[in-house]
Design a protein around this ligand. Structure first.
Ligand code: FE2
Ligand code: FE2
Length: 272
């Protein structure tokens, strides 16, 4: 099975690049299942129902999120009704929406997608991400309840991300890090068969500060004073993602390679 993940869409340039590229990517890479992180899609902060639907129409099967899940207040109103939208599973009990979903891929396979958030340098009060994963995997084990399991681990610290990958190694098909918006070069199949990357990178303008127009973030580093609102950068976006191939008999990964197209970063096409 071929799983395609695209990193955080940032602002209009990020989402329009995904709308434009995803139908072609889906075809070219023969993806059976596509996940896109949408936590920064609406002007850099959160996601609207309209953007969720546009992303699904472009070819995503599931849209994940993270710490910005509810930046748009309207999301609280529809998160319970949209099964294709995930917010972190370890948010407090009673938070609208869901943290995981067992989906049917277009090839008929059952894919469990979970969105879990790290705590280090983020929100220490969140539920334990490792326990959250343990619960999800116990409820729906790979090869029994699901033919593939993908976890979007939304976290700041690469140490926490790596440890999380090792924790679920052999029990999930793919752990993809998100949130830092910068693609890492450590994609690999871990020893027990879980594909892993510390960060998929973003779908956004890389002439920026992690997707936001660089002027205001730089001003805040220099003066410690806010001068203006943070706005997404508007230059051409690089669509950054990762392609994973799994063995249909085990659900474990056999290969993982990055995908990058458009904008300022060098083009990369998977050879798998
Ligand atoms: Fe993000
Ligand atoms: Fe984030």
């Amino acid at each position: 099975m071929r799983l395609l993940f695209l990193g955080d869409m940032v602002g209009k340039t990020g989402r329009t690049a995904v709308y434009d590229q995803l139908p072609k990517l889906r075809k070219k890479l023969q993806a059976d299942f596509v996940i896109v992180n949408g936590e920064n899609a609406a002007a850099g902060f959160g996601i609207t129902r309209k953007i969720l639907n546009e992303t699904l129409e472009a070819g995503a099967d599931v849209v994940t999120s993270g710490n910005h899940a509810f930046d748009q207040k309207e999301t609280l109103g529809w998160a319970d009704e949209e099964d294709a939208f995930l917010r972190p599973a370890n948010f407090p009990a009673g938070t609208p929406g869901r943290g995981s979903n067992l989906c049917e891929a277009r090839n008929g396979a059952r894919v469990l997608v979970a969105n879990i958030m790290g705590r280090l340098f983020m929100h220490p009060d969140l539920g334990d991400p490792f326990q959250s994963a343990e619960q999800q995997l116990a409820a729906c084990p790979l090869g029994e309840g699901a033919d593939a399991i993908v976890i979007d681990f939304h976290a700041e610290a690469t140490s926490e991300k790596q440890c999380f990958g090792h924790f679920v190694d052999g029990r999930a098909s793919f752990v993809v890090g998100t949130h830092t918006h910068i693609p890492t070069a450590d994609h690999q199949v871990l020893p027990a068969g879980t594909a892993y990357i510390s960060d998929a990178g973003m779908c956004g303008d890389y002439d920026s500060s992690i997707g936001m127009d660089k002027e205001e973030p730089l001003n805040r580093f220099l003066t410690k004073l806010p001068k203006a609102r943070m706005e997404p950068a508007t230059g051409p976006a690089t669509v950054c993602g990762v392609l994973v191939v799994t063995d249909d008999s085990t659900g474990l990964a056999t290969a993982i390679e990055p995908v990058r197209t458009g904008g300022r970063l060098s083009e990369i096409w998977p050879g798998i």
